[in-house]
Each structure stands twice: as structure tokens, then as C-alpha cells.
Design a protein around this ligand. Structure first.
Ligand SMILES: Cc1cc2nc3c(=O)[nH]c(=O)nc-3n(C[C@H](O)[C@H](O)[C@H](O)COP(=O)(O)OP(=O)(O)OC[C@H]3O[C@@H](n4cnc5c(N)ncnc54)[C@H](O)[C@@H]3O)c2cc1C
Length: 307
């Protein structure tokens, strides 16, 4: 069967795109390599998605999956490792030698937060370790927190957290911050932000919740044990776009450059959500992209039928 639309990735962006396309009467297949619902299934609590004052990420994702299923969106498990286009037909190649054919494609492959790769890290996510201050910062109001990192995202997150946390300690592995100068000036003027330079986190302590972290000064070799209520890891995102790069314009970090209507440089291939080159990666921005990409795909499909 040749689907009208194949969506790679079943996070909020992919699911939104599927809902829009099904409601426009298109046949839709979503292909997912890991877990239906995407990255948000890892979040213990979401409190910034309108309509749901407080909900676990898994429940929110399941609600979206249920909505897509009720519209008869087709779901399949596979990892897409290659895409080709011949005449008007896209062929998507799965990891286990299966192929899928579609008239249009939306890539909604998301991104992965770069981790510290330390013992206990996965176990303590949501229990003192977070990768998103916008998402989880308010849970630490009036408490002592640390930001690991010293680039633009880390600085923006530090300024945000300083507005409602008791103290914010930035732990940067270099002798300086590495983002925009005006952000750096703002950081230095904020009395409850402290910066520790030349230091890396070497240990995360805690059984059920994070208790303390150990840091190592890489110039003096001194170790310190520091107690925080929470730490925010802001050392970058990893894009999941390597497999498709021959059809795409990627930025220096590997994220896909699009126009404001989610077009890629290949006709009929659209891009939505966290895999796009952009500054804000949230559920609402992903669902917004999903709607835009889907409406563009619908328009593309309708034009194909006319021509
Ligand atoms: C712990 C945590 C807490 C968060 N909390 C919040 C919050 O409170 N509020 C908020 O707004 N945001 C939050 N976020 C961010 C939010 O999860 C993301 O912005 C959102 O999920 C992005 O949606 P997406 O659809 O673009 O990508 P994703 O949700 O990342 O989905 C992409 C999907 O594509 C699949 N995929 C990738 N490559 C392939 C391939 N080649 N073949 C098949 N499938 C593929 C992946 O397995 C994944 O399921 C949080 C993130 C984390 C990790």
C-alpha cells in the first residue's frame, strides 16, 4: 500500500501531524523506533501544556496516542534508516529490511538531551535531575539548584531559575562562559547566581532523590562535595537526523533547517518538532510544528492529485 503520508516518529509533533492528516481524510502511517509518545513519556510531571494543569508525561502522551488511534492512524514499529524519492513516491527503509511507501513524509524524529553519562543519572531523572528548566524549574522554587553547562541555554536557564529559586550555581567545565555577552553580563549582575569554572561533575549521589554532587576542578585537581535540591543538565541536545542528511540542510548541531512552514529542501518532505533547527524545544512548539507540517503535506497531496 502507498500511504498518503508517512510520519517518522511518534512524539507530540508526529502525533499532532497524524491527527490533522487523518481529519483531512488522508491515509497515514506513523513509524516509531522506541516508544509511542516520544520523549515526553520520560517526564514524571508536565504542568505547562494547556488543558492539562498537571499530568504525567506518559499519561499526556497516551492521550495523544489514543486520539490518533481513534482516528485509525496506522502505527508500526521500526527504525527508518534511509529515505529515497523516485518520481512522486517516497520509499522509507526500515532497520529490518522492510520498506514503506508514501506520497509525502514528515520527519518528527525529535532530539535527545546530551547526558553527563554518570552512574545514577538515569535513575534520578525527575528526582533531582532535570534536562529542562522551563519544564521542571518551578518544582524547585525557593530551593538551591545547580546548572551544569555554560553556553547560551545554560545561561538562559540560570536567569530563569534565579527569578524563583533561592540560589543557582552554574558549573562550567571551561574557564569562561561560552554564550552571548549580554546574557553573561546579566548573569554576573544577578546576586543569587554563582559560577564555578573549570569544573566537571564526577559523581551524583542519592538513592531515591539526588542528595549531593561531587565536582572536580580540572586545573587544581581539587574535589568538592556540593548539596543541591536539584540540578539541571544543560550541555546540549543531540539531533536524530544523521540518516537523512543527504536530503536536508542541517545546522552545525545537526538539526534540520526549514522555512517557517516546515518545508525541507526536498519537495513533499516536511519536518516538525524538536528535530528542527530552533531555539525552543517544548511540547507546545512540537505540536505547533506538527500541525503546520501536516497542513503543508495535505496541501502538497491535494496538488499532486490535481496535476
Ligand atoms: C525528562 C523530560 C521532561 C520534559 N518535560 C517537559 C515539560 O514539562 N514540558 C514541555 O513542554 N516539554 C518537556 N520536555 C520536552 C518534550 O518532551 C519535547 O520537547 C517533545 O517531546 C518534542 O516532541 P517531538 O515530537 O518533536 O519529539 P520526541 O518526543 O523526541 O519524539 C520523536 C520520536 O521519534 C522517534 N524516532 C527518532 N528517530 C527515528 C527513526 N529513525 N525511526 C523511527 N522513529 C524515530 C523517537 O524514538 C521518538 O519517539 C521534556 C523532556 C524530557 C526528556
Amino acid at each position: 500500500m502507498i500511504f498518503d503520508l508517512i510520519i517518522v516518529g511518534s512524539g507530540p509533533a508526529g502525533l499532532t501531524a497524524a491527527i490533522y492528516a487523518k481529519r483531512a481524510n488522508k491515509s497515514v502511517l506513523i513509524i516509531e523506533k522506541e516508544a509511542f509518545g516520544g520523549l515526553i513519556t520520560h517526564s514524571p510531571k508536565v504542568e505547562n501544556y494547556p488543558g492539562f494543569p498537571s499530568i504525567s508525561g506518559l499519561d499526556l502522551a497516551n492521550t495523544m496516542v489514543d486520539q490518533a488511534m481513534a482516528l485509525n492512524v496506522n502505527f508500526d514499529f521500526d527504525e527508518i534508516i534511509k529515505i529515497t524519492k523516485e518520481k512522486e513516491i517516497f520509499t522509507l527503509y526500515g532497520n529490518d529490511n522492510r520498506t514503506f511507501e508514501g506520497l509525502s513524509v514528515i520527519l518528527a524524529t525529535g532530539s535527545t538531551h546530551r547526558k553527563l553519562n554518570l552512574e545514577n543519572e538515569d535513575k534520578l531523572v525527575g528526582k533531582g535531575i532535570s534536562y529542562c528548566a522551563v519544564c521542571d524549574g518551578p518544582f524547585y522554587a525557593k530551593q538551591d539548584v545547580a546548572i551544569i553547562g555554560g553556553g547560551n541555554s545554560a545561561m538562559q536557564e540560570a536567569i530563569l531559575l534565579a527569578s524563583y529559586c533561592k540560589s543557582v550555581t552554574m558549573i562550567q567545565n571551561l574557564p569562561c562562559l561560552t554564550g552571548e555577552k549580554d546574557l553573561e553580563e546579566q548573569i554576573k549582575k544577578t546576586p543569587n547566581i554563582k559560577i564555578i569554572y573549570d569544573s566537571v561533575v564526577t559523581c551524583l549521589n542519592g538513592d531515591t532523590n539526588l542528595r549531593s554532587i561531587e565536582i572536580l576542578n580540572t586545573t587544581t585537581n581539587e574535589k568538592q562535595l556540593l548539596e543541591f535540591d536539584g540540578i539541571f543538565v544543560a550541555v546540549g541536545h543531540i539531533a536524530n537526523n544523521e540518516a537523512f542528511k543527504e536530503y536536508l540542510d542541517l545546522d552545525e548541531q545537526g538539526f534540520i533547517k526549514t522555512d517557517e512552514l516546515c518545508h525541507s529542501k526536498l519537495d513533499g518532505l516536511f519536518v516538525a518538532g524538536d528535530c528542527v533547527s530552533k531555539k525552543i524545544r517544548q511540547i507546545v512548539t512540537a505540536t505547533s510544528d506538527g500541525a503546520i507540517a501536516s497542513l503543508q503535506a495535505i496541501r502538497y497531496l491535494d496538488n499532486l492529485k490535481i496535476n
